[in-house]
Design a binder for this molecule. Structure first.
Ligand code: ADP
Ligand code: MG
Length: 251
């Protein structure tokens, strides 16, 4: 398993979420989310199930349109952009991998390179194989995702996102669907990427990872960021009762 990587984070971006609101019918899921992710920083988002963490990431990535608020990249409001323009700069990886089951590993990676970046088939193959090298799966390029382990599938999903040379990355519980012995390898990839200076938002239940890797930890509950700060502050001196209660359940 490869732990050395050669990702070059080109030009990381300052990502900022301001007063984001979203309701599904009567269910107000985001109630004014504020989150600042300085350029090159990793922010871990923690919080109970149903607090709006996935919805936040999906809204930032424009899989859902918010009702109001702003998502800024280096100060520009991306909500006025075409979603493809945003997704060329911000990559996302999901808990359930979301790979195309009937395409090969290589095709899963080249598809967006060709469609969103306009690369030729040869160019896209070269970029994709380079990314598969980094995650240690070049020899699986011709396989279908269903023939790989969960950990391998998640590596492919990460390689697919990074092949786009994103300026920021969103990770939504990317180890939650994995067998315990596969979790460490994926967290190591994320830690490597953070060390390379990628701007990242990592929704996770891995508190040890958050403490080690995050520049900042944000605690979400009820559709807002209730507390945010350096990991020591959040884990060792939680200010409010909601965070204190959450930590007492998960630590
Ligand atoms: P978390 O990721 O923190 O567990 P989610 O963002 O997945 O929370 O969900 C927050 C709330 O939004 C939940 O009440 C969930 O049922 C609701 N929700 C999420 N996605 C949808 C959707 N597509 N349609 C309707 N309700 C949704
Ligand atoms: Mg979720």
């Amino acid at each position: 398993m490869s732990t050395t990587t050669s990702w070059k984070t080109a030009d990381p971006v300052h990502l900022e979420v301001r007063d984001l609101h979203l309701a599904f019918g009567a269910n107000k899921v985001l109630r004014g989310v504020d989150l600042d992710i300085p350029s090159g920083q990793s922010v871990c988002v923690i919080g109970p199930s149903g607090s709006g963490k996935s919805t936040l990431l999906r809204t930032v990535n424009r899989l859902i349109e918010p009702d109001s608020g702003e998502v800024l990249l280096d100060g520009e409001n991306t909500l006025t952009w075409n979603p493809d323009q945003l997704r060329r700069q911000v990559g996302m990886v999901f808990q359930q991998f979301n790979l195309f089951p009937h395409k090969t590993v290589l095709q899963n990676i080249t598809l967006a390179l060709r469609k969103l970046k306009g690369l030729s088939a040869d160019e896209a193959n070269e970029v994709a194989l380079g990314q598969l090298d980094i995650v240690g799966l070049r020899d699986k390029a011709g396989r279908r995702p269903g023939n790989l382990s969960g950990g391998q599938q998640q590596r492919v999903a990460i390689a697919r996102a990074l092949a786009m040379s994103p300026r920021a990355m969103l990770f939504d519980e990317v180890t939650s669907a994995l067998d315990p012995e596969l979790v460490k390898g994926i967290l190591a990839l994320l830690a490597d990427l953070a060390a390379q200076g990628m701007t990242m938002v990592v929704v996770t239940h891995e508190m040890g990872f958050a403490r080690r890797v995050a520049g900042k930890v944000a605690f979400m509950d009820g559709g807002v960021v209730v507390e945010a700060g350096p990991p020591e502050q959040i884990f060792d001196s939680p200010a409010g009762p909601r965070l204190q209660q959450f930590l007492s359940q998960v630590l």
